[in-house]
Structure formats: structure tokens, C-alpha cells
Design a protein around this ligand. Sequence first.
Ligand code: ASP
Ligand code: MG
Length: 484
Amino acid sequence: MIVMKFGGTSVENSEAIERVADIVRSRLEQRPVVVVSALAGVTDSLVTVSQLAASGALAEGLRLHRQMRQRHFGVLASLLNGRGETEVRSRLQALFDALEDVLRGVAALGELSPRTSDNVLSFGEMLSSHVVHTTFRARGMDAVLVDSRQVLVTDGAHTRAVPQVEETNRRLRQSLKPLLNAGRVPVMGGFIAATSEGTPTTLGRGGSDFSAALVGAGLGARKIEIWTDVEGMMTTDPRLCPDARRIDTIGFDEASELAYFGAKVLHPATLIPAVEKNIPLYILNSRNPDSKGTCIRAHARPSKTILRSIAAKRGVKVINVRLPRIFAAQGFLHALFEAFDRHACPVDLVSTSEVSVSVAVDASRDLAGLVQDLKRLGNVEVEDKKAILCLVGEKLRGRIGVAARVFGVLASAGINVHMISQGASEINISFVIEERDIPEAVKQLHSLFFAERAGDPRWIARRGPRAKALPADGSSARASRAGL
Ligand code: ASP
Ligand code: MG
């Protein structure tokens, strides 16, 4: 069997859901379980309505509720054209009524607990799974709606619940196996689950990928397909570099490194249950179903090129903390990171020397309180309008001369590097440059690593007793003359 997960944009309107039905039909002999997100934007709207209700603006919340209702009924009407509409219409109506009741309750209390928030958010996927299920049936597929709250069991950590894998797997096998054996197509909402007592929970925003991975791992799927609206992972952002190519296969570790810096396709951490079971995952484009997409697997075939991908993250600030005196160094790093922790400020990149530390963070954060605290440790300076470039590739490990080429190319282009870090796994080199230098840096590095000659195995020497950089063309000869 396989799992097919469709994200919000793949079910955003009736044409999109129409495409989903065609895609699923083309895979029927592979015995799919279908997992769907809420219609694009619906989870965000549900967050908004619940906050409106809690803050005394119920009327405004209910207006948004009506809009959501109209949208779902509109999609349903154009999908079904009157065929078998009455039953599903009354089911959707019941869901919208129940949602309204919850919102009125929130307004009466003037408070939104995490538990209630999960309850509100769970409506998005319940609605979408109803719509998709009905569409499949109207198109002649033997689809069965499976309530995710009855099969995915979690603890009670609302808004980010943790699955109880054994019980979940037991229920998955018990309820889904017989359906698959009978040739039926289970349809489930992603993202939502319940405690063993049946209280609705959610797996955290973007959690439908996680649902798909759990279902796939629990049922021993042959593969998991994550259907979205892009061609897959790319060698770099195609808006920055028209030569960017689709990545055919990528290792799980490589994909994880990229996820933190810009490759927003999906967060591989959510795929861990599948990767642990060695189930390959495919990222596919529901608008272009014949494209091959990107395969993520635990151990991917080595790439022809040294790098797998170049990711760029804009909107970065660098905080430099300099110790006033060297001998105060003991306990410094501890105190420093404790401050970041206290202000719940995630750290993107760190580099240290004996007397100073540079930390790159997301520029959208309010740093005032943190900087205040850091000033107790040393001199603090914050630099704005920076960006992180992250070069990732399994083949970087043990290569000699890559850093020299990277920084040589940047130097020739007049690009200043502010901070450098190589991850412990040795499969990435990350560094901070000026935000305005991103397009030029990406263009230069992409052509260095992904042009034809980059596939030549002699391009950069492997680690070894006689290792040295082998010039593959005139440019490396120039580089060695320049002392790189
Ligand atoms: N609908 C949920 C969200 O927007 C879950 C998902 O789409 O993965 O976060
Ligand atoms: Mg998503």
C-alpha cells in the first residue's frame, strides 16, 4: 500500500480537488490511503476566528465563519453538481453549527485554552476530508471516510500533541487494513488526532505531513507521496537562479539541513517515523502530476555534483558579543545561551573565538530584551540586513578544497563574508553575507557547483595521502595562482 497526502493548495478549490481525484484514481492498484489538509488558508482563518471570539469580537468571528461556510459549500456544489449533495451538505452544516457553538462558548468565557484551540482547528481537516471523500465517491471510487481522531492517538499536549505510536499502529492496522484488503480507499484528515479518551488534539501547524508519515510507518507503506504545489526540492531558489534544477533524490540528513534555511517545501523532522522504517518519500506537484518530483530517503544515491543544494535565508541579524577581558571567559558561553533560551530566541548559526561570539538569528524577532541581558556579559553589537547561505551535500564530507573554491568565488565577486560555520555532520557549510549580495552569490555558486564540469569527480580531490585540488579547467588554475 502507499500513502498519498495532499496539502492545502492541492485541495484549495474545486479544480484542485478534481485533479486530486484523477491523481488518486491513477494509483488505485497501489492501494492508497489518502490524507488531506484543510483547504488552503482555512487553518489560518480558524486561528483568527477563535482569537476574535476570545477577544470579544464574536460578531466579526462569525462573519468569517460564514465566509468559510460559503466557500466550502461553493466548492462542494461545483464538484457535485447536485449529485448526492443533500447528505454531505447536511453533514457540513452540522460541522459548521458545532463550530459556531464552540466559538460562542469561547466568547462567553473570554478565553481560549490550548484544548479549545485544538478543537476549533480540527474543523478544517474534518471539513476537507468530507468534501474530498464525497468527491471520490461521486467519481466512482469506493472511498471510505476514516475519522483520524479514532485512529491517531496522542498524549494531551494540546497544539503539539505527541503520538502514542503503539496504540496508533494497532488502531491503524485494525481499521485500515480490512478496508485496503477490500480494495477500498480510506480518506483521512491530516493534522488532527485525539487522546485515548477521545479529546481532539492537533500535531502542530503543518502537521499533515506528520500524519502521513505516521500512517505510512504504521501500515508499512511502500512509499509516501507528499503532494504539493511545487516540483519538489530544487538545487536553489529558481527565482534567484533560472538554472536551478529539480533534485531527483536527496538524503534525509541533507533535506533536514536545508529545511532550516529556506527550503520551505516541508519540514523533514515530521517525516522521521517513515525514514526510520526506510520508507521513501516523494514530494510531488499536484498541478503537474507527471513530473518526477523529489525522493527523500534515509540513504540517497550519492549525487553527481558535490553539492545537493544551495539554500538562502534572508532577514537575518547578527549579534556580536565581545568579552571585555579574556580571563572572564569561563562560563561565558553558558550564560550567553541561557540568555537566548530565556528570551525564547532560536539560534540559526553560531561562530566563536576566544573573546567573541557571533550569533545569527531571525530578524523578525524583537531583540530588545535579549540585547539588554547580553550587555551584562560584554560589548554587544547588532548587525542588520544580513542573510545566511547554506550549502548542503553528503559529498562535502571529506572533500578537500571546497571551502577554498567557495570563498574564492565570493572574493572574486567582491562579496564580504561575515561569519562561517561548518556543521558537525560535515554535510553543510553555512555563512553570513549581506542580504543584497544574495542574488550574485547564489548565481556564482550555483554555476560553480551545478554547471556541467561540477559533475566531474576530479573537480575537487577526495581526502587521502596525496590529495590535492585537481584543476579541471582554467578557472581553477587561476584560483591556485591566486593562492586558494
Ligand atoms: N492545516 C494544517 C495547517 O495549516 C495542517 C497542514 O496543512 O499540514 O497547519
Ligand atoms: Mg503543509
